[in-house]
Design a protein around this ligand. Structure first.
Ligand SMILES: NC(=O)c1ccc[n+]([C@@H]2O[C@H](COP(=O)([O-])OP(=O)(O)OC[C@H]3O[C@@H](n4cnc5c(N)ncnc54)[C@H](O)[C@@H]3O)[C@@H](O)[C@H]2O)c1
Length: 340
């Protein structure tokens, strides 16, 4: 199998390295808006670099992995669909709903595969939580607390391309909330703070955000995120029911210190970032994509899942800007299928 990788930045480098080692992947063609970046990576991996995206399609590939900046996703998904190619695309699907809906329409018209990169669905901790909820171990679920904390902020010039904290970062929490609970979000109330470094205010973004989400069975969830968590990379989810409580992301590398005299010791080697924390999950989602392309399994996360997560992020953006609760029904693009 020959795969084209478009975008060889942080996550593109990781995905290209993973695919390059996969036994079912014969070769890769790498490209980037900065051709030197793609060339250097191709050289390191013993793969081929293409001067641009056109060559990926002209030279012929069996599938495409899109790891370019979010602003480029929708157009690239559409192009791949028109070539009849299966696509793995990093989240979010696009920066806005019209772009997302347009790309989805192209994929559906072409009848091609689009697998989205919500890697938490392949993390052992989240899979355990989903199993606990679905097996009834927690009893009736009443509260979920989700959080994502980056240790250090991204570069200032990256922020305007990201879509903002809710669409770029909290979208992971929104997706995994649906996946773990099997429920849909019906209302949100969100706030953001840009009291930290001025680059967030300059980009119209926030460095810290919080959302209160009501699920369709009455479960209440909070999701918070920050770009400024000095202690380390902290991604957790606590789920509390009438019978029991479980937590995802609590291990000997969780960057949190107990102030109790008998509390657990602080982590020796706190998680520094997503590349380390989710390394096995990133590898598993790409292994799944290869199986999907080979027709060996169903798509584990299609474009409609990404649309639902983006609708929640859009509702939160409206809520924080307009200082009001927002019903998901206000956001276009809803579909009747329900969470899977
Ligand atoms: N799933 C995750 O945990 C996760 C983590 C990080 C990033 N991401 C997503 O991956 C994408 C890339 O993020 P990153 O952190 O690697 O960013 P990055 O800035 O490190 O890399 C992006 C690369 O894309 C290239 N590029 C931009 N537009 C292009 C185009 N039209 N054609 C070809 N190349 C293009 C840039 O030159 C750059 O090298 C984003 O959509 C981001 O949301 C997901």
């Amino acid at each position: 199998m020959r795969i084209g990788v478009i975008g060889t930045g942080r996550i593109g480098t990781l995905h290209a390295r993973t695919l390059s080692r996969h036994r079912e992947v014969g070769s890769l063609i790498l490209t980037d808006a900065d051709p030197a970046r793609a060339q250097q990576l191709a050289h390191r991996l013993g793969e081929t670099a293409a001067p641009g995206v056109d060559e990926i399609f002209a030279w012929g590939v069996d599938a495409v992995v899109i790891t370019a900046a979010t602003s480029a996703h929708a157009e690239l998904i559409g192009r791949a669909a028109r070539f009849g190619l299966p696509v793995f695309c990093e989240k979010p699907l696009a920066l806005d709903l019209p772009g997302t809906l347009h790309a989805l329409a192209e994929v559906e018209a072409a009848g091609t595969i689009l697998q989205m990169g919500f890697q938490r669905r392949f993390d052992a901790g989240y899979a355990g939580a989903r199993q606990a909820v679905r097996a009834g171990r927690l009893g009736r679920l009443h509260t979920v607390r989700a959080l994502t904390c980056d240790q250090a902020p991204p570069p200032a010039d990256w922020l305007p391309l990201s879509g903002g904290l809710f669409r770029d970062t909290l979208i992971h929490d929104f997706d995994i909330l649906r996946w773990v609970t099997g429920r849909e979000v019906v209302h949100v109330s969100a706030a953001g703070s840009a009291a930290g470094p001025p680059m967030f205010r300059d980009a119209g973004d926030v460095d810290t955000g919080a959302a209160l989400l009501t699920l369709d069975d009455g479960t209440l969830a909070t999701a918070t995120a920050t770009r400024l968590n000095g202690a380390g990379y902290d991604v957790r989810m606590e789920l509390a029911g009438e019978r029991d409580t479980v937590v995802v992301g609590l291990d000997d590398r969780t960057p949190i210190a107990s102030t109790e005299p008998t509390g657990p010791p602080a982590a020796d080697k706190p998680w520094p970032g997503f590349l380390e924390r989710f390394a096995p999950a990133y590898e598993a989602e790409l292994a799944a994509f290869v199986e999907v392309v080979r027709g060996e399994r169903a798509n584990p996360c299609d474009g409609r899942e990404a649309l639902q997560a983006l609708r929640i992020a859009e509702a939160c953006e409206i809520s924080r800007r307009e200082h009001r609760p927002v019903a998901l029904a206000e956001i276009p693009g809803g579909f009747a299928a329900g969470a899977r």
